[in-house]
Design a protein around this ligand. Sequence first.
Ligand code: HSE
Length: 306
Amino acid sequence: MDHKLIESVTVSAPATTANLGPGFDALGLALNLHNTVRLSRAASGLTVEIQGEGAASLPRDETNTIVKAARRVFEHVGEEPGGLRFHLTNGVPPGSGLGSSAAALVGGAVAANALLDNPLSREDVMLLAVEMEGHPDNACAAMLGGLVVSSYGDSDLIYRRVAVPKLTVALALPDVHALTEELRAMLPKMVPLKDAAANIGRAALVVQALTEADYDLLGAAMRDRLHEPYRKTAIPGYDEAVHAAYRAGAAAVTISGAGPSLIAFGPDHHAEIGAAMGHALEAATGKPARTWVLQVDPRGTQVADD
Ligand code: HSE
């Protein structure tokens, strides 16, 4: 059966915070900061227009992550797309620990699938994005929204979306050069069994704490031994920012994704917590830090009605 020819689609994909402390590569939470991609058919060639975050730095050719994800979908379904035009409006800063690469992969893949009138299921599209990313936490949360628990071993992806209340978080991003690949390369190949065991229990307790907005439990459980002790050395002012967040009322603070941003959870005073972390990071780096107060995005990646 021929697919109907769709000329243009618009897709919105959210930021995500991965790991949530001890849930390394397994927990992801979608946040209400979005990238939008408008993908249109063109007579020939590739055009990539970018506004918003990363407009000065992101590539406008085949090496752009959104273009790669879209091409992967076309290739997977055996379609030759012809000319393509991407118009990207980015709210998620690249290289921040807020899941910009997952938003790009999921957004690009969903847009290509929608342009082809959805030959792939949302699950298959998500799996392609996870394969490209190499780990599932950000991509699953970006696709599904809310809190997602996932496990990925080469090609077997197991995941569940877990219902959480409307949580609000504070984030602070220092002005430091820290690529996700470099922050991943800082991690050891082997970890002590007692550290792995501590993380397994705490990751399960973090899920329970988020489900019930139990901030006392979250504060006790959101402590990591597998990545944070290594990565914090790449974040000048990390210790001071964590202490400042607690003083301002945070219940739990951790690195967002691979960093360098920090995320703090608590029942209230989110603007004050964000500002306190930002000031501590600014004092350590001598450069302005950016802060956000965000809520959980329950919707995930959406195709707009054109
Ligand atoms: N789980 C990933 C990591 C998230 O910590 O490296 C960042 O992409």
